[in-house]
Design a protein around this ligand. Structure first.
Ligand code: PMP
Length: 287
């Protein structure tokens, strides 16, 4: 699939467009041994790019795939690729590793036989108040004993896809997902925050969901601004009692939520503040 203004880094250089990188015999093609990360370039900055590059290397190690590019080298390669875009462009940055061959009994990835690519694609940032709605889903986040939840692994995402299919079929934008104990974990594609009486709450990382890089950045920004952010255990009932709900993730940074099942929310002052603080911080990173 070719998106808009795509570039691909593969085997040591940048290529224009979406080029074939995987073969039928690749381990990842039939056994799902692939990891990725997602970062963003917009308004001349790539917020937390080094953290995203570090995380894709950690994700590879969690799947026993040998990472072959240091995070610092990866940052330099990304900036080289971004030079093909106008400064005003917004670009999605996706580094990926996958296993090429099986070692022990075929299923264990063979050490050092690693594919690496970075995809760049021009995707505009959503206008500030582009909101979504949430529903409950019967699918849950697995625990570490069920799946490699300590990695951003491609093989986890079919589970998220069926959450999104359920949400779409019920007429909602995304799904609010439970962890194995039935507490709120995240959504199918982003972390979640709620506001009540001016204080901010978000699920405490418990190893079942992705404790996002954007999530951590927002927590730091909001606390530095004097707001109280609690990482805690949250139930679905807590979300019905919230004044504001918003999502955080690399793609859109902050997404206001205007409904959860039959509960409606306004786009409120804390959601707007989170966005303003994120943009102020991001633009302060300009070289
Ligand atoms: N949870 C899931 C399931 C995600 O796919 C993402 C975005 N990739 C996030 C949370 C947000 O993480 P980050 O802020 O690191 O992009």
């Amino acid at each position: 699939a070719t998106g808009s203004n795509v570039h691909t880094y593969f085997e040591g250089r940048w290529h224009k467009g979406d080029i074939p990188v995987m073969r039928a015999a690749d381990h990842a093609m039939w056994l799902g041994s692939s990891v990725f990360d997602g970062a963003r370039y917009f308004e001349g900055v790539a917020p937390d790019l080094l953290a995203h590059c570090r995380r894709v290397n950690a994700s590879a190690e969690a799947l026993m795939i040998t990472p072959t590019v240091s995070a610092e080298e990866m940052v330099a390669i990304v900036w080289e690729g971004l030079s093909a875009y106008p400064k005003s462009a917004a670009v999605y940055i996706r580094p990926m590793y996958w296993a090429l061959e099986g070692g022990h009994l075929g299923v264990l990835p063979k050490q050092g036989a690693t594919g690496f690519a970075i995809a760049l694609e021009e995707i505009p940032m959503a206008p500030p108040e582009t909101a979504t709605t949430l529903c409950r889903t019967r699918f849950r986040r697995p625990v570490l004993e069920d799946a490699v939840v300590n990695a951003k692994a491609g093989c986890l995402y079919p589970n998220n896809a069926r959450m999104l299919a359920e949400a779409r079929d019920k007429g909602f934008g995304n799904a609010l997902v439970a962890d194995a104990l039935g507490n709120v974990a995240e959504t199918a594609t982003a972390n979640v925050f709620m506001v009540r009486d001016g204080e901010i709450f978000t699920p405490i990382p418990n190893g079942t969901f992705l404790a996002g890089i954007t999530r951590a950045r927002h927590i730091a920004n909001l606390r530095a601004d004097g707001l109280r952010v609690h990482e805690t255990v949250l139930s679905f009932e807590d979300f019905h009692a919230a004044d504001e709900v918003f999502l955080t993730g690399n793609m859109m940074k902050v997404t206001p939520v205007t409904g959860f099942e039959d509960t409606s929310y306004q786009i409120g002052p804390v959601t707007r503040r989170a966005r303003a603080l994120y943009w102020d911080w991001a633009l302060s990173q300009r070289a």
